[in-house]
Design a protein around this ligand. Structure first.
Ligand SMILES: *[C@@H]1O[C@H](CO)[C@@H](O)[C@H](O)[C@H]1NC(C)=O
Ligand SMILES: *[C@@H]1O[C@H](CO)[C@@H](O)[C@H](O)[C@H]1NC(C)=O
Ligand SMILES: *[C@@H]1O[C@H](CO)[C@@H](O)[C@H](O)[C@H]1NC(C)=O
Ligand SMILES: *[C@@H]1O[C@H](CO)[C@@H](O)[C@H](O)[C@H]1NC(C)=O
Ligand SMILES: *[C@@H]1O[C@H](CO)[C@@H](O)[C@H](O)[C@H]1NC(C)=O
Length: 337
């Protein structure tokens, strides 16, 4: 039986090998060009006629992209630039994956993306970019620029009305000056692992998830959350937040579901809304357990919706938690101290 399986595998292997050879032959013979139009360095499987696979094969340039291709995979190569005109015929492109290359901003000409009017996803993460490419398609909904060397985002994102995800983590951005205005549909913004010293002044109103961990942020401006009523998840761990930097009611908004303030310098538990479900406060300098931070009054019907509360690696112990906490924090299964 083993021998049979082995023969079967061998057959499949050689059959696939034969198909490949045949495909190349057809291409070189120059007929049926529409069906097989594919650069030699890539694979365009007949089962996925709109996809072109060129990943992980030491490419140094972007191969030409035929006009019928919608999805192009170019990740994990050694591509350093995007030459002018290479996408001129590729006007149907929907996804372009260029992650894990060596793209530098100087080697991307200004008009390469201009004709890509249907591009939905553009992944340029893990490259050497020092600024956001110019003239990005207005059609983008998902733009990944994480783990580059971007220092500065100015008004470059102004005209992407459908962008919902923007990943900028792992860059060296110090400040955001109005650079995010005009992203009317943005829901997820990741700017963790940058060099921000303050929370950017303005975000799009639709924002739901804001990731700012591993920066050097010292304060949250008063009224910050009332300006962004759709915010549900905020991560501010590994910053330099102190009690003075948190205005009294800044997190007392009923829409917030998750708040991560771990690895900061807080000495008190900030006041949070009863609707909050996950609160991370571990690795701070908290000295007292204030039940009033969760429930201003304690009665049978009004209690906190908190499910996860982490307070470990602070300066309190289990004895600092009053017995009444059980009435207010009745959905918390265990408090880590
Ligand atoms: C674009 O298509 C035209 C016509 O088929 C062809 O002559 C030209 O070489 C193509 N350009 C690129 C960059 O692929
Ligand atoms: C944004 O999305 C809408 C709805 O899908 C679409 O009609 C519109 O053309 C898109 N805008 C751009 C600039 O692509
Ligand atoms: C930020 O980038 C823009 C556009 O790339 C450039 O004009 C500006 O000089 C840069 N500002 C700083 C402070 O580097
Ligand atoms: C927190 O918000 C709730 C609901 O908006 C409000 O009733 C309560 O007074 C606020 N608490 C403080 C201390 O501001
Ligand atoms: C619960 O608290 C809210 C405001 O915090 C108050 O309006 C409401 O009357 C309270 N409900 C009960 C049953 O005490």
């Amino acid at each position: 039986q083993m021998a049979l399986i082995f023969t079967l595998l061998q057959d499949i292997c050689c059959y696939i090998g034969y198909m490949k050879v045949e495909k190349r032959y057809v291409q070189n013979a120059g007929w049926q060009s529409e069906a097989v139009d594919c650069p030699l360095e890539c694979d365009c499987p007949t089962a996925y006629p709109t996809a072109m696979y060129c990943h992980s094969r030491n490419l140094q340039h972007i191969p030409y992209v035929p006009s019928h291709i919608k999805y192009v995979y170019l990740q994990r190569n050694q591509i350093t630039g995007i030459q002018d005109g290479v996408f001129d015929n590729a006007t149907n492109l929907v996804w372009m994956i260029l992650s894990h290359n060596q793209l530098s901003s100087e080697k991307i000409s200004d008009s390469v993306f201009v004709k890509l009017g249907s591009l939905d996803r553009l992944y340029l993460d893990n490259n050497e970019l020092t600024h956001v490419p110019h003239n990005l398609p207005r059609s983008l909904t998902d733009l990944r620029l994480s783990y580059n060397k971007i220092t500065n985002i100015s008004k470059l994102f102004e005209s992407m009305p459908n962008l919902t995800i923007l990943q900028l983590q792992g860059n060296v951005i110090e400040e955001v000056k109005g650079g995010l205005m005009g992203l009317e549909s943005l829901m997820i913004l990741d700017m963790s692992k940058n060099k921000l010293r303050k929370i950017p002044d303005s975000f799009p109103k639709e924002l739901q998830q804001l990731y700012l961990e591993h920066n050097n942020i010292k304060r949250v401006p008063a009224g910050f959350l009332t300006m962004y009523p759709n915010l549900q998840f905020i991560r501010l761990s590994h910053n330099s937040l102190t009690d003075e930097g948190l205005p009294t009611s800044v997190f007392n908004t009923s829409t917030l579901v998750e708040l991560d303030l771990s690895f900061n310098k807080l000495e008190k538990i900030p006041l949070v809304s009863r609707n909050l479900e996950n609160l991370y406060l571990h690795a701070n300098k908290i000295k007292e357990f204030s039940l009033s931070s969760f429930c201003d009054t304690i009665d049978g019907k009004n209690f906190s919706k908190l499910k996860v509360l982490r307070l470990d690696a602070n300066k309190i112990s289990i004895r600092d938690i009053p017995v009444e906490a059980a009435y207010c924090l009745r959905l918390v299964s265990s408090i880590n101290v």
